[in-house]
Ligand binder design. Structure first.
Ligand code: SAM
Length: 234
Protein backbone atom coordinates (compact mmCIF):
# COMPACT_ATOMS: atom_id res chain seq x y z
CA UNK A 1 0.00 0.00 0.00
CA UNK A 2 1.24 3.48 -0.86
CA UNK A 3 0.25 6.23 1.56
CA UNK A 4 0.66 9.84 0.44
CA UNK A 5 1.42 11.71 3.65
CA UNK A 6 1.38 15.52 3.91
CA UNK A 7 3.83 17.07 6.37
CA UNK A 8 3.88 20.58 7.93
CA UNK A 9 4.71 23.66 5.84
CA UNK A 10 6.26 25.46 8.80
CA UNK A 11 4.62 24.57 12.07
CA UNK A 12 5.37 21.04 13.23
CA UNK A 13 2.15 20.96 15.22
CA UNK A 14 0.24 20.92 11.92
CA UNK A 15 1.06 17.26 11.34
CA UNK A 16 -2.15 15.23 11.56
CA UNK A 17 -2.74 12.38 13.99
CA UNK A 18 -3.39 10.10 11.03
CA UNK A 19 -0.11 11.11 9.37
CA UNK A 20 1.69 10.15 12.58
CA UNK A 21 -0.19 6.83 12.73
CA UNK A 22 0.81 5.99 9.16
CA UNK A 23 4.44 7.03 9.63
CA UNK A 24 4.58 4.98 12.82
CA UNK A 25 3.04 1.87 11.24
CA UNK A 26 4.62 1.84 7.76
CA UNK A 27 7.56 -0.34 6.71
CA UNK A 28 9.47 2.48 4.98
CA UNK A 29 9.28 6.19 4.26
CA UNK A 30 9.95 7.41 0.72
CA UNK A 31 11.27 10.96 0.78
CA UNK A 32 12.92 13.74 -1.21
CA UNK A 33 15.68 14.54 1.23
CA UNK A 34 16.60 11.93 3.83
CA UNK A 35 18.17 14.47 6.20
CA UNK A 36 15.07 16.67 6.31
CA UNK A 37 12.73 13.73 6.73
CA UNK A 38 14.97 12.20 9.39
CA UNK A 39 14.75 15.46 11.38
CA UNK A 40 10.96 15.43 11.12
CA UNK A 41 10.66 11.77 12.12
CA UNK A 42 13.11 12.15 15.00
CA UNK A 43 11.03 15.05 16.32
CA UNK A 44 8.07 12.67 16.54
CA UNK A 45 10.21 9.82 17.85
CA UNK A 46 9.58 7.71 14.74
CA UNK A 47 12.35 5.48 13.44
CA UNK A 48 11.93 3.98 9.98
CA UNK A 49 14.07 3.03 7.01
CA UNK A 50 14.19 5.95 4.58
CA UNK A 51 14.34 5.51 0.80
CA UNK A 52 15.37 8.52 -1.22
CA UNK A 53 12.87 9.24 -3.94
CA UNK A 54 14.01 11.32 -6.90
CA UNK A 55 11.45 11.71 -9.60
CA UNK A 56 14.08 12.52 -12.23
CA UNK A 57 15.93 9.29 -11.52
CA UNK A 58 14.00 6.40 -13.06
CA UNK A 59 15.98 3.90 -10.94
CA UNK A 60 14.82 5.52 -7.72
CA UNK A 61 11.17 5.39 -8.89
CA UNK A 62 11.72 1.72 -9.77
CA UNK A 63 13.32 0.96 -6.39
CA UNK A 64 10.35 2.44 -4.54
CA UNK A 65 7.93 0.58 -6.80
CA UNK A 66 9.75 -2.70 -6.12
CA UNK A 67 9.40 -2.15 -2.36
CA UNK A 68 5.65 -1.67 -2.85
CA UNK A 69 5.41 -4.71 -5.09
CA UNK A 70 7.20 -6.75 -2.44
CA UNK A 71 4.22 -5.98 -0.20
CA UNK A 72 5.77 -3.21 1.89
CA UNK A 73 3.56 -0.45 3.22
CA UNK A 74 5.28 2.77 2.21
CA UNK A 75 4.62 6.37 3.21
CA UNK A 76 5.51 8.96 0.58
CA UNK A 77 6.45 12.38 1.98
CA UNK A 78 8.01 15.49 0.48
CA UNK A 79 10.10 18.19 2.16
CA UNK A 80 6.96 20.07 3.14
CA UNK A 81 3.23 20.03 2.48
CA UNK A 82 1.50 17.54 0.24
CA UNK A 83 3.60 15.33 -2.07
CA UNK A 84 2.73 15.71 -5.77
CA UNK A 85 1.65 19.36 -5.30
CA UNK A 86 4.59 21.21 -6.90
CA UNK A 87 6.62 18.42 -5.36
CA UNK A 88 7.83 14.96 -6.40
CA UNK A 89 5.53 11.98 -6.16
CA UNK A 90 3.16 11.80 -9.11
CA UNK A 91 5.34 9.46 -11.19
CA UNK A 92 5.43 6.95 -8.36
CA UNK A 93 1.69 7.28 -7.77
CA UNK A 94 1.07 6.74 -11.48
CA UNK A 95 3.36 3.71 -11.56
CA UNK A 96 1.75 2.26 -8.42
CA UNK A 97 -1.76 2.69 -9.86
CA UNK A 98 -0.62 1.04 -13.11
CA UNK A 99 0.87 -1.86 -11.12
CA UNK A 100 -2.40 -2.38 -9.25
CA UNK A 101 -0.99 -1.25 -5.91
CA UNK A 102 -3.49 0.40 -3.56
CA UNK A 103 -2.87 4.12 -3.10
CA UNK A 104 -4.37 6.35 -0.46
CA UNK A 105 -3.85 10.08 -0.08
CA UNK A 106 -4.11 11.61 3.39
CA UNK A 107 -5.53 15.13 3.74
CA UNK A 108 -3.18 17.62 5.37
CA UNK A 109 -1.09 20.76 5.03
CA UNK A 110 -0.60 22.36 1.64
CA UNK A 111 0.48 25.98 1.08
CA UNK A 112 -2.01 26.58 -1.76
CA UNK A 113 -5.09 25.69 0.31
CA UNK A 114 -3.80 27.48 3.39
CA UNK A 115 -3.01 30.71 1.50
CA UNK A 116 -6.20 30.72 -0.52
CA UNK A 117 -8.37 30.34 2.57
CA UNK A 118 -6.57 33.20 4.30
CA UNK A 119 -6.68 35.47 1.26
CA UNK A 120 -10.46 35.81 1.38
CA UNK A 121 -10.79 36.12 -2.40
CA UNK A 122 -12.90 33.13 -3.31
CA UNK A 123 -14.77 30.19 -1.95
CA UNK A 124 -15.11 28.73 -5.40
CA UNK A 125 -12.97 28.15 -8.44
CA UNK A 126 -9.32 29.16 -8.67
CA UNK A 127 -6.46 28.39 -11.00
CA UNK A 128 -3.28 26.97 -9.50
CA UNK A 129 -0.18 27.37 -11.66
CA UNK A 130 2.42 26.18 -9.13
CA UNK A 131 5.91 27.51 -9.97
CA UNK A 132 5.79 29.48 -13.21
CA UNK A 133 8.49 28.80 -15.83
CA UNK A 134 11.70 30.81 -15.49
CA UNK A 135 11.34 32.29 -18.98
CA UNK A 136 9.31 35.52 -18.63
CA UNK A 137 7.60 35.01 -22.01
CA UNK A 138 6.31 31.57 -21.06
CA UNK A 139 5.28 32.72 -17.59
CA UNK A 140 3.41 35.72 -19.02
CA UNK A 141 1.55 33.49 -21.48
CA UNK A 142 0.40 31.17 -18.69
CA UNK A 143 -0.70 34.13 -16.55
CA UNK A 144 -2.66 35.66 -19.43
CA UNK A 145 -4.41 32.38 -20.17
CA UNK A 146 -5.32 31.79 -16.53
CA UNK A 147 -6.53 35.39 -16.05
CA UNK A 148 -9.08 34.90 -18.82
CA UNK A 149 -10.97 32.48 -16.59
CA UNK A 150 -11.70 35.36 -14.17
CA UNK A 151 -10.83 33.27 -11.12
CA UNK A 152 -8.07 33.97 -8.61
CA UNK A 153 -4.73 32.68 -9.92
CA UNK A 154 -2.32 31.12 -7.43
CA UNK A 155 1.44 30.80 -7.94
CA UNK A 156 4.27 29.57 -5.74
CA UNK A 157 7.41 31.68 -5.48
CA UNK A 158 10.70 31.82 -3.60
CA UNK A 159 11.96 34.92 -1.74
CA UNK A 160 14.74 35.30 -4.33
CA UNK A 161 12.38 35.77 -7.28
CA UNK A 162 9.25 37.23 -5.72
CA UNK A 163 9.95 40.87 -6.68
CA UNK A 164 10.62 39.91 -10.30
CA UNK A 165 7.45 37.79 -10.32
CA UNK A 166 5.34 40.67 -8.97
CA UNK A 167 6.85 42.95 -11.64
CA UNK A 168 6.00 40.38 -14.29
CA UNK A 169 2.43 40.11 -12.98
CA UNK A 170 2.13 43.92 -13.11
CA UNK A 171 3.54 44.06 -16.65
CA UNK A 172 1.30 41.22 -17.85
CA UNK A 173 -2.01 41.78 -16.07
CA UNK A 174 -1.76 45.52 -15.32
CA UNK A 175 -0.02 47.22 -12.42
CA UNK A 176 -3.32 47.73 -10.58
CA UNK A 177 -4.19 44.06 -10.44
CA UNK A 178 -4.78 43.17 -6.75
CA UNK A 179 -2.51 40.53 -5.23
CA UNK A 180 -2.29 38.84 -1.84
CA UNK A 181 1.25 37.76 -1.00
CA UNK A 182 1.05 35.06 1.69
CA UNK A 183 4.44 34.63 3.31
CA UNK A 184 5.84 32.29 5.98
CA UNK A 185 2.48 30.58 6.49
CA UNK A 186 2.08 28.89 9.87
CA UNK A 187 5.42 30.34 11.03
CA UNK A 188 6.21 33.10 13.54
CA UNK A 189 6.46 35.83 10.89
CA UNK A 190 3.41 34.79 8.89
CA UNK A 191 2.13 37.68 6.80
CA UNK A 192 -0.59 38.39 4.25
CA UNK A 193 0.55 41.47 2.32
CA UNK A 194 -2.27 42.95 0.25
CA UNK A 195 -2.03 45.56 -2.49
CA UNK A 196 -1.63 45.92 -6.22
CA UNK A 197 1.12 43.94 -7.97
CA UNK A 198 3.10 47.18 -8.46
CA UNK A 199 2.68 48.23 -4.80
CA UNK A 200 3.81 44.85 -3.48
CA UNK A 201 6.82 44.75 -5.83
CA UNK A 202 7.83 48.16 -4.44
CA UNK A 203 7.14 47.11 -0.84
CA UNK A 204 9.40 44.04 -1.03
CA UNK A 205 12.06 45.91 -3.05
CA UNK A 206 12.36 48.39 -0.15
CA UNK A 207 13.26 45.61 2.29
CA UNK A 208 16.92 44.84 3.00
CA UNK A 209 16.26 41.17 2.49
CA UNK A 210 13.09 39.36 1.45
CA UNK A 211 12.65 36.26 3.57
CA UNK A 212 10.29 33.30 3.62
CA UNK A 213 8.46 31.29 1.01
CA UNK A 214 5.56 32.90 -0.84
CA UNK A 215 2.18 32.04 -2.26
CA UNK A 216 0.90 34.81 -4.55
CA UNK A 217 -2.84 35.00 -5.13
CA UNK A 218 -3.73 37.24 -8.03
CA UNK A 219 -7.27 38.53 -7.93
CA UNK A 220 -8.44 38.06 -11.50
CA UNK A 221 -12.03 37.82 -10.34
CA UNK A 222 -14.25 40.01 -12.48
CA UNK A 223 -17.68 40.57 -10.96
CA UNK A 224 -19.18 41.77 -14.26
CA UNK A 225 -17.88 38.74 -16.10
CA UNK A 226 -19.23 36.44 -13.37
CA UNK A 227 -22.65 38.10 -13.64
CA UNK A 228 -22.56 37.72 -17.39
CA UNK A 229 -21.58 34.06 -17.10
CA UNK A 230 -24.40 33.30 -14.66
CA UNK A 231 -26.90 35.14 -16.92
CA UNK A 232 -25.89 32.82 -19.71
CA UNK A 233 -26.60 29.84 -17.50
CA UNK A 234 -30.26 30.86 -17.18
N1 SAM B 1 4.07 20.40 -1.66
C1 SAM B 1 4.01 21.72 -1.07
C2 SAM B 1 2.55 22.08 -0.77
O1 SAM B 1 1.74 21.19 -0.66
O2 SAM B 1 2.25 23.26 -0.64
C3 SAM B 1 4.70 22.75 -1.94
C4 SAM B 1 6.16 22.50 -2.09
S1 SAM B 1 6.94 23.61 -3.16
C5 SAM B 1 8.47 22.82 -3.47
C6 SAM B 1 7.46 24.87 -2.06
C7 SAM B 1 6.68 26.16 -2.28
O3 SAM B 1 5.45 26.11 -1.57
C8 SAM B 1 7.39 27.39 -1.75
O4 SAM B 1 8.33 27.92 -2.68
C9 SAM B 1 6.23 28.34 -1.53
O5 SAM B 1 5.83 28.93 -2.74
C10 SAM B 1 5.16 27.38 -1.03
N2 SAM B 1 5.23 27.28 0.44
C11 SAM B 1 5.63 26.21 1.15
N3 SAM B 1 5.58 26.49 2.48
C12 SAM B 1 5.14 27.75 2.58
C13 SAM B 1 4.88 28.62 3.69
N4 SAM B 1 5.08 28.22 4.95
N5 SAM B 1 4.43 29.88 3.44
C14 SAM B 1 4.22 30.28 2.16
N6 SAM B 1 4.45 29.52 1.09
C15 SAM B 1 4.90 28.28 1.30
Amino acid sequence: MLYIVPTPIGNLRDITLRALDVLQACDAVLCEDTRRTQTLLTHFNIHKPLYRYNENDERSVQRCLEALQAGKNCALVSDCGTPCISDPGWKLVKAAVAAGIAVTSLPGPSAVACALAGAGLTGGAFTFLGFLPRKPGKAAKLLQGAAQLHHPVVVYESPYRVIKMLELIAATLGENIPVVAARELSKVYEEYARGTAAELAKLFAQKKKVQGEFVLIIDCFDAQEEEYESDEDL
